[in-house]
Design a protein. Structure first.
Length: 473
């Protein structure tokens, strides 16, 4: 395959999607931000009110391409050239000291790319004796291409021999950018002198901005010829919703979603706020229907298709690529267009959070997220396991999580909170320390104001034994 075709493939299957932002979600002083992991969490925590001014974060990781010997800070500050290592293998002894070199992963099994980003705007949560309410705003970007066939890596594509046929496993990739406005209601379901059970729900109205999906339902047989590829298999479904070619960044669809959560707190007879806290939540159960500036295309599985790779790589926009694909496959630039609308499900997940109080200010938290897809066109959420130790007080907090991303990549994170400011990462090494193969990173922060001087348990029932702390600065 030519380099232009490879670049188009990277754009199709790589997406920039923050991971779980543990420092914003799991402690007792995360306030309104904790609602995005468990809708009952704020009601079970000590704050009587919390106002989020702004929170933001981004996470991305791919298994297609990496940059050698760098980290996120150096990459962002780099103003020299970027050179391809495969094109310079014979010149390794003449490396340019001002350059950063990128290379490609040589896959031996299926691989994945995913990422997300978010900005949580002005949001507020207020707690009362037996219930709490909140309202929040979010802008989110999420996308993934998981379980990609190993023959779609760079080296397999670049060395594809003329006349060679490869069997490509079914592909399922999707992503979108959307805004949401949500309301939260939580209440105490049951309480006695030993324990308390809280339940909460988030109801969200969604506004879809940009979206894409690509899906092959069955194995595809692809034969590479001199300048063309012959594709058998299918059906192939793909589509896009974008207003970039028109007015820029608009609203191209709408939808709804919900989160449902429970927390159970076991009280402690010792000098600590509780013995343990268990949370279970269902996240992002919903959809967005895109019906503006939207195109849904399909190539049926009854024929084989001949595609001129140079014609496809000459496309300058996604719209041109869609029309060129239809022209090459069907002889008509509009023949593949099946509809002017489509629906994508939000990135659903089951989350379980267990928090154990070691002492008055020391805690161990375990959080597990498992994605589930209720429909073939769904934005995948990352599978996530973590164990985090944290020191927590009203005016200061620090935590160190050990994170297993997508069941195979082990990372170390860190976060700190100084009163109303939280900064952290679930992959701290990638930011400050040189990585042999830099392929992704993670960072987040939040600025909030709240009732930090409240004793633990002051709202929602009997007080715990942790008294309010004074501020010395």
């Amino acid at each position: 395959m030519k380099r232009g075709s490879i670049c188009l493939l990277i754009l199709a299957v790589s997406s920039v999607q923050a991971q779980n932002q543990l420092g914003l979600r799991t402690s007792n002083y995360t306030g309104v931000n904790s609602l995005l992991l468990n809708p009952a969490a704020f009601h079970s925590a000590p704050l009587s009110w919390d106002v989020n001014l702004v929170s933001t974060g981004a996470f991305f990781y791919n298994e297609f391409v990496y940059v050698e010997n760098t980290n996120l800070l150096r990459l962002l500050n780099h103003d020299g050239p970027f050179l391809s290592r495969p094109d310079n293998q014979a010149l390794e002894v003449m490396d340019n000291p001002d350059a950063l070199y990128y290379n490609f992963f040589d896959q031996r099994s299926s691989f994945s790319n995913s990422g997300n980003a978010f900005v949580t705007g002005p949001s507020v949560a207020i707690g009362f004796n037996t219930f709490s309410v909140g309202i929040f705003t979010n802008f989110r970007v999420a996308g993934a291409a998981n379980r990609l066939d190993e023959d779609l890596d760079y080296f397999s594509l670049d060395t594809w021999m003329t006349g060679e046929t490869k069997n490509i496993n079914p592909l399922n990739s999707s992503g979108m950018a959307w805004s949401e406005v949500g309301i939260n209601v939580a209440t105490t379901v049951k309480k006695d002198h030993n324990s308390k059970l809280d339940a909460g729900i988030n109801l969200k109205y969604l506004m879809g901005h940009e979206a894409f999906f690509a899906r092959s339902r069955n194995e595809a047989r692809v034969t590479s010829l001199a300048d063309t590829s012959i594709v058998r298999g299918g059906p192939f479904d793909y589509g896009i919703a974008s207003s970039a070619a028109n007015e820029g960044f608009g609203i191209n669809g709408s939808g709804i979603s919900a989160d449902l959560g429970f927390t159970c707190i076991k009280k402690s007879s010792r000098e600590k706020p509780y013995a343990w806290r268990l949370g279970v939540s269902l996240l992002d159960i919903g959809f967005i229907h895109f019906d503006q500036n939207a195109q849904k295309h399909q190539l049926t599985g009854s024929d084989f298709y001949t595609l001129d790779r140079s014609a496809l790589s000459a496309s300058n926009t996604i719209e041109e690529l869609l029309m060129s694909t239809s022209q090459e496959a069907l002889g008509d630039p509009n023949q593949s267009l099946a509809a002017r609308d489509f629906t994508i499900l939000t990135p659903g997940a089951l989350s379980v959070q267990f928090d154990y109080a070691l002492h008055q200010n020391w805690f161990v938290n375990t959080t597990v997220n498992r994605r589930f897809n209720l429909h073939p066109i769904t934005v995948d959420r990352e599978n996530f396991w973590s164990v985090a130790v944290r020191y927590e007080s009203t005016w200061f907090e620090a935590g160190v999580p050990l994170v297993l991303y997508n069941d195979q990549h082990l990372r170390v994170g860190s976060w700190v909170r100084f009163a109303f400011l939280t900064i952290g990462s679930d992959h701290i090494n990638s930011i400050f320390f040189k990585q042999d193969q830099f392929a992704g990173s993670d960072v987040y922060l939040a600025l909030r104001i709240n009732s930090l001087n409240n004793p633990f348990g002051a709202k929602g029932g009997s007080k715990g034994k942790r008294s309010p702390e004074k501020c010395y600065f």
